[in-house]
Design a binder for this molecule. Structure first.
Ligand SMILES: [Zn+2]
Length: 237
C-alpha cells in the first residue's frame, strides 16, 4: 500500500515536470506546495513536447509486461539495433518478474506505470485510481518514471487531473500497431513504416498473448528506422 512518505517525492516530480512545461494546470496540493522549496534530483517524466519538434526521434513503447518469454526477446532486438524504449508495465507483472524490470532499466529503457490490475480507469473513484497507480509505483520504486498509460487508453474527464495530482503525466500513443490482434508481422511492420514521423509514439505489446509477430516485426522495423535516420529513445525515464 502507498505510504505518506511517498507523496512528497511524487509531488516534487510534478513540480519538475511543471518547470519543464510538460504538465498543464494540476491543482497543487498542500504537499506539492511545500515540496517546491526543497531541492530534488527527481526529474519526473520527459515532457512529450520538449526539444526540436521535428527531430528525427521516435518513441517505442511496450505495454502489459514484463513477460518471461517475450520481454527478453524484445530486449535482445532493441539491444541489437541500439534502440531504447519505454516499458509500460502492469504492477502485478512487475511484482512477479522484478528481475525483468531491473534488466529493462539497466539496459537504458524507461519504465512507465500501466496500473496494478489493467482494469480500465474510466469512471473509477479517485481512491481506486490512486491505489492502482501507487501500488504499482511502490513495486517499481526508483526504477519507475512518472508516466502513466491508462489501460486501453481509456480515459474520462477526471483521468488527467487524477494523474497529475499524483505527479504523473499521461502518455498515450500516436501509432497503434494493433499487434495484440496478431495481424501478421508484415502488417505490423507496415502499420509503423507507413505512418512514422518525427516524435511518433508507437505502441507494441510484450505480453498478453503470443508476441512472436511483434518480435519478428521489430527485426524489420528497427533497422529500417535506423536507416531512415531515426533515433529511438525512451519517452519516459
Ligand atoms: Zn495494456
Amino acid at each position: 500500500m502507498p505510504t505518506r512518505s511517498r507523496i512528497p517525492v511524487l509531488a516534487a516530480s510534478l513540480l519538475a515536470a511543471l518547470a519543464l512545461g510538460g504538465v498543464q494546470h494540476p491543482a497543487l496540493t498542500h504537499s506539492a506546495a511545500s515540496a517546491a522549496t526543497r531541492p530534488t534530483t527527481d526529474t519526473g517524466p520527459l515532457p512529450v513536447a520538449s526539444g526540436e519538434p521535428d527531430a528525427k526521434i521516435v518513441y517505442l513503447t511496450f505495454d502489459d509486461g514484463p513477460h518471461p518469454r517475450w520481454t527478453p526477446q524484445i530486449l535482445q532486438v532493441l539491444d541489437q539495433y541500439r534502440a531504447h524504449a519505454t516499458f509500460f508495465v502492469i504492477g502485478q507483472q512487475a511484482d512477479r518478474y522484478g528481475a525483468l524490470v531491473r534488466r529493462e532499466h539497466a539496459a537504458g529503457h524507461g519504465i512507465g506505470n500501466h496500473t496494478w490490475s489493467h482494469r480500465p480507469l474510466q469512471g473509477v473513484s479517485y481512491a481506486r485510481f490512486r491505489q492502482e497507480v501507487l501500488r504499482t509505483q511502490q513495486v517499481l520504486g526508483p526504477l519507475g518514471s512518472h508516466c502513466l498509460r491508462p489501460p486501453y487508453g481509456a480515459m474520462d474527464s477526471h483521468t488527467r487531473q487524477y494523474a497529475e495530482s499524483l505527479g504523473f503525466q499521461v502518455v498515450l500513443w500516436t501509432i497503434d500497431t494493433r499487434d495484440w490482434q496478431r495481424p501478421g508481422a508484415s502488417v505490423i511492420v507496415q502499420s509503423v513504416l507507413s505512418r512514422v514521423r518525427p516524435r511518433s509514439i508507437i505502441v507494441f505489446h510484450d505480453a498478453g498473448g503470443d508476441r512472436a509477430q511483434t518480435v519478428a516485426a521489430l527485426r524489420t522495423i528497427l533497422p529500417r528506422l535506423r536507416a531512415a535516420g531515426y533515433e529511438m529513445v525512451p519517452i519516459c525515464r
